[in-house]
Write a protein that binds this ligand. Structure first.
Ligand code: 5GP
Length: 195
């Protein structure tokens, strides 16, 4: 049988400030064969963020238009901003046989599971809520009000953890990265899926 190999979808999720971004940077830096999805957002760019690299930054009216056109594999409203994954881009990456990595919030992750049952969901958990709080205040990328907003949904996000395929506690960066990398590589090497 001459079937071409299809890529897998990995979803890395967990509360804001848990360290998803750092882990994803390490993973894609070491494994350039894993393609990181660039999300679309209505959030204002932070200093140093580049359109088309960190996010595709668009206005809210265009985002709402794209929801109506069912352009998104998943989307969410998070702390007052919209975020979404372009369905066509995601599907074409996987069809080309590349493994795709999404770094998204918990609500979005569960939508991916509903639409793409074979997606692999990985929940990154903070060692404690106190630790998460201190990380969010230290990174200084949001105002105090925005941090409070992000913290208010953490418990409901952690409650959804059983719906994920894997849960990894981010207690020590080296150890956590090793566990994440092993998990992803093992999944990539499992029986392949076909187009
Ligand atoms: P930030 O504003 O800090 O860049 O992102 C806020 C949250 O939105 C983070 O938890 C991040 O993982 C999540 N996020 C980023 N892009 C997407 C996306 O395309 N879809 C969903 N559902 N969440 C996203």
């Amino acid at each position: 049988m001459n079937q071409e190999k299809k890529g897998k979808i990995f979803v890395i999720s967990g509360p804001s400030g848990v360290g998803k971004g750092t882990l994803v940077k390490l993973l894609t830096g070491k494994h350039p064969e894993i393609v990181l999805s660039t999300s679309v957002t209505t959030r204002v760019p932070r200093p140093g963020e580049v359109n088309g690299i960190h996010y595709f930054f668009i206005e809210k009216k265009f985002f709402l238009d794209r929801i109506n056109k069912e352009d998104f594999l998943e989307w969410t409203e998070f702390a007052g901003n919209y975020y979404g994954t372009d369905k066509n881009i995601a599907d074409s990456v996987v069809k080309q046989g590349c493994n795709l990595l999404l770094e998204i919030d918990v609500k979005g992750a569960l939508q991916v599971k509903e639409k793409r049952a074979d997606a692999i969901l990985i929940f990154i958990e903070p060692p404690s809520i106190e630790e998460l709080k201190s990380r969010l205040f230290k990174r200084k990328t949001e105002s105090d009000k925005e941090i409070q907003e992000r913290l208010s949904i953490v418990k409901s996000e952690i409650d959804r953890k059983p719906e994920f395929n894997y849960c990894i506690v981010n207690d020590c960066l080296d150890r956590t990265f090793h566990e994440l990398e092993t998990t992803v590589i093992n999944e990539i090497n499992k029986t392949e899926s076909y187009k």
